[in-house]
Design a protein around this ligand. Structure first.
Ligand code: CMP
Length: 140
C-alpha cells in the first residue's frame, strides 16, 4: 500500500536564521499533515550515512560537514502524492533555479544551504523516515 508520506529536514541554515516557523507555516498551508517532528543535531557520521547515496560526489564532504554544523528539524509529512507535491512546494535544489514562491526561493542561501531537504521517491521517503523515527511513531 502506498503510504503517501514524505520526509523533510529543515536544514541548519534555516533553523539558525529563525526561518523554521515560517517554513512550517508554508507546509501546513499547503495541506501537509505533520505526522512526526524532531529538533535534533546530526553527528558527522549520521550525516554521512543519511547522504551516503552522494558519496564520491565533489560536494559530499562539505555537505556532511554543513548538515552536522547545527540543529535541524526532521519531519514526516503526509498528503496525497506527498513526494511530488512537496518537491513542488520546495522548488529546485539550486535556489537560483527555484520557482517564485517556493520554500527554497524564499529561504535558501545556496545550492548546499538550501533550507530544506525533501525525499525524491516513495521508497526513499520510507527509508529516510525510518532513519529518524520508529515506524510506530508516524501512524499514531
Ligand atoms: P538535498 O535535497 O538535501 O539533497 C542532497 C543535497 O546535496 C542537496 O539538497 C544540497 O544540499 C546538496 N547539493 C546538491 N548538489 C550540490 C552541489 N552541486 N553543490 C553543493 N551541494 C549540493
Amino acid at each position: 500500500m502506498k503510504l503517501d508520506i514524505t520526509f523533510t529536514m529543515i536544514k541548519p541554515d534555516a533553523v539558525a536564521e529563525g526561518n523554521a516557523g515560517a517554513i512550517l507555516k508554508m507546509i501546513e498551508a499547503a495541506d501537509f499533515k505533520v505526522l512526526a517532528l524532531k529538533l535534533t543535531r546530526l553527528t558527522p557520521g549520521q550525516a554521512a550515512k543519511f547522504y551516503e547515496v552522494h558519496k564520491g560526489k565533489p560536494f559530499y564532504e562539505s555537505l556532511c560537514e554543513y548538515m552536522s554544523s547545527g540543529k535541524i528539524i526532521a519531519m514526516i509529512l503526509s498528503k496525497k502524492d506527498a513526494v511530488k507535491e512537496y518537491r513542488q512546494l520546495i522548488g529546485a535544489t539550486d535556489p537560483a533555479k527555484a520557482e517564485t514562491g517556493t520554500i527554497r526561493k524564499l529561504y535558501a542561501r545556496s545550492i548546499q544551504a538550501n533550507a530544506v531537504h525533501g525525499s525524491d521517491s516513495d521508497e526513499n521517503a520510507e527509508i529516510e523516515a525510518n532513519f529518524f523515527f520508529s515506524s510506530l511513531e508516524y501512524f499514531n
